[in-house]
Design a protein around this ligand. Sequence first.
Ligand SMILES: Cc1cc2nc3c(=O)[nH]c(=O)nc-3n(C[C@H](O)[C@H](O)[C@H](O)COP(=O)(O)O)c2cc1C
Length: 165
Amino acid sequence: MATALFYASSTGNSEDIADKIANELGEIDVFDLSQTDISKINEYDKVILGGSTWGEGELNDDWDEAWDSFKTINLLDKTLALFGLGDQDGYPDDFCNALGIIYEHVSTSGAKIVGFTSTDGYEFDESKAEIDGKFVGLVIDEDNQDDLTDQRISSWVENIKADIL
Ligand SMILES: Cc1cc2nc3c(=O)[nH]c(=O)nc-3n(C[C@H](O)[C@H](O)[C@H](O)COP(=O)(O)O)c2cc1C
């Protein structure tokens, strides 16, 4: 069964990151949640989920709209990897919280979650995406550290490849 990536993006940054991840991984299916019903996840065993944080530490609009349906999806036995975008300078108390909110749900779903990353190189005070000193997925900051993005994506993709393809 193929791998799919589902993302939501308010200003296009998460879309760019989704495309880069897909390019690095090769043949995967990519879906924008503003145009795809989240129940499409049911067709895949291996799934990447991503998006940005908005408001003050909240899911972006398209994730928020999909949220109730998402919670009804059976994720048992699926392999998941997560990525999130945020702004550590502008929102140091809620940095990439949406990634943490998604993780909070999927971590109780019976899914295998891969792709935790180091918090080294980021400066923030609080993040729901940090658990036991690690980020629960790939964290990208296009507002302050876009020069590090490509390298972060490459090493993350290398780490998850064996599990997610
Ligand atoms: C009004 C507004 C609120 C935001 N709130 C947060 C936040 O609470 N935490 C965070 O880490 N980033 C926050 N951000 C930063 C975005 O997540 C970041 O710019 C991201 O790259 C946008 O990605 P997108 O274009 O895919 O939506 C906010 C940005 C704006 C403009």
